[in-house]
Design a protein around this ligand. Structure first.
Ligand SMILES: Cc1cc2nc3c(=O)[nH]c(=O)nc-3n(C[C@H](O)[C@H](O)[C@H](O)COP(=O)(O)OP(=O)(O)OC[C@H]3O[C@@H](n4cnc5c(N)ncnc54)[C@H](O)[C@@H]3O)c2cc1C
Length: 409
């Protein structure tokens, strides 16, 4: 990219703001325009279900960078600006107010949004979702001592919100259609452990149940009616049933994006002038034979922002990183690295009954992924094993006399 060229970034979230900063770090001297449809400057979403909801962090501390940094780095941050259309042939984007802005290079960083479910009663007052600061502020105002909160969906966000609700003196019930929480994203030992940990702290669970509708009175939620006709009374409901990528712009412009915009190892789409990064993408996984996968996490947003900036600036491609994710629930620190894809063996190190433990997902002795609870050494070592494609025996991994850090080298 030359100094007389312009990069437009659509979406001022974790990925979009980071690629802008990376470009300046790599001495890009041209225009950078960062267009975001939210009212806030780029901020971190993870605390919205954790410390921010619990009142331990404020909006200022969520900011990725202080507001003045953007101007000082020559990044034109435009807030409350929705990009409505993309013209690839003309190389410009059109905003909702009809302004057209041309680009030499475009980065789509539009993230994801909560999955909608067409439940009767979903629009009642007191029914929340959680994706933005405004959502978190609305939810925070509704929960507190004595409030009973129903979480529809037992994924990570549902569990984190349940923990925050209980921490604030309320009560929480998690309603999950699968027969266990975190089904599909965590091993059985981890989901069992977290369920027990929540139950010990007062959270109730209803698993293997369908939600038929949300009941209300005078326009306000009063409970969740299950498929078997039971009523779960509540003052507040939070629907957290996953996210879908914001691929509309890209798909309307003819890019491949059924389940996430398809990108390569440089985060480049099939259009050489267009990159896509973060939650909105479906990407190859170099540590897993380039299988295509949609990672929806902060570390992925950061990794792809670095890939795109390096490719735009003609710099060497950054080394592949091990995907990872974290979750905080009560005083528990969960850290997960890798993706278990074809794993057919699960090796536990440590005893879940005793607290800290880790679960290694293996295939033919190779560590593909590791889940840890309060086990930072196992997490760090597991990441190394995944990166190095280490082959280990079950016996080595379970033996507490063998230092896990020694196994990672
Ligand atoms: C409550 C919650 C808790 C989470 N906890 C964790 C966690 O513990 N660990 C973890 O790794 N990840 C967590 N995540 C996920 C993490 O926040 C995302 O993976 C990350 O924010 C992705 O960054 P992104 O930039 O791709 O998308 P986003 O941060 O969603 O940013 C995309 C931005 O683009 C804007 N946008 C969309 N369309 C347009 C348009 N047409 N025009 C202009 N702007 C547009 C959006 O409004 C948004 O501001 C959590 C997410 C939530 C909601």
């Amino acid at each position: 990219m030359n100094a007389n060229e312009r990069v437009i970034i659509v979406g001022a979230g974790h990925a979009g703001a980071t690629v802008a900063m990376q470009l300046r770090k790599m001495d890009f001297a041209g225009d950078i325009i960062l267009l975001g449809d939210e009212r806030f400057s780029p901020y971190q979403r993870p605390p919205l279900s954790k410390a921010y909801l619990a009142g331990e962090e404020d909006a200022e501390s969520l900011k990725l960078w202080p507001d003045e940094i953007y101007e000082s780095k020559g990044i034109m941050l435009v807030q409350s600006a929705t990009v409505a259309a993309l013209d690839r042939a003309g190389k410009y984007v059109r905003l909702a107010d009809k302004t057209e802005v041309s680009y030499d290079c475009l980065v789509i960083a539009t993230g994801s949004r909560p999955r909608e479910i067409a439940l009767p009663g979903i629009h009642l007052a007191g029914v929340h979702r959680l994706h933005t600061i405004e959502d978190a502020d609305g939810l925070k105002a509704a929960i507190g001592p004595g409030k009973r909160v129903a979480l529809v969906g037992g994924g990570y966000i549902g569990l984190e919100v349940a923990a925050s609700v209980v921490g604030l003196g309320g009560s929480a019930v998690v309603i999950e259609q699968q027969d266990r929480v975190l089904a599909g994203v965590a091993s059985v030992p981890l989901s069992d452990y977290l369920r027990r940990a929540h139950e010990d702290r007062g959270v109730e669970f209803l698993t293997g149940v369908q939600v038929a509708r949300i009941e209300g009175s005078k326009g306000r939620v009063t409970g969740i009616r299950l498929g078997d006709d039971r009523l779960v009374p509540c003052d507040v409901a939070v629907v957290c049933v996953g996210v879908v990528p914001n691929t509309g712009l890209a798909v309307a412009a003819g890019l491949d994006g059924a389940n996430g915009i398809v990108v390569d190892h440089d985060a480049r789409t099939a259009d050489p002038a267009i990159f896509a990064i973060g939650d909105v993408t479906c990407r190859p996984m170099p540590l897993y034979d380039d299988r295509m996968f949609c990672l929806r996490s902060v570390p992925n947003a950061l990794e792809q922002a670095k890939q795109a900036a390096a490719a735009m600036m003609g710099k060497p491609r950054p080394k592949p990183e091990v995907p990872w994710f974290w979750s905080h629930q009560f005083d528990l620190k969960v850290q997960i690295a890798g993706v278990p894809f074809d794993a057919d063996d699960l090796v536990l190190r440590g005893d879940p009954a005793a607290g800290a433990f880790s679960a290694f997902h293996m295939k033919d002795g190779r560590v593909l992924a590791v889940e840890t609870v309060d086990a930072p050494l196992e997490f760090a070592a597991g990441k190394q094993m995944i990166l190095r494609k280490s082959v280990l025996s079950r016996e080595q991994l379970v033996d507490p006399r063998v230092e896990v850090t020694a196994l990672a080298v």
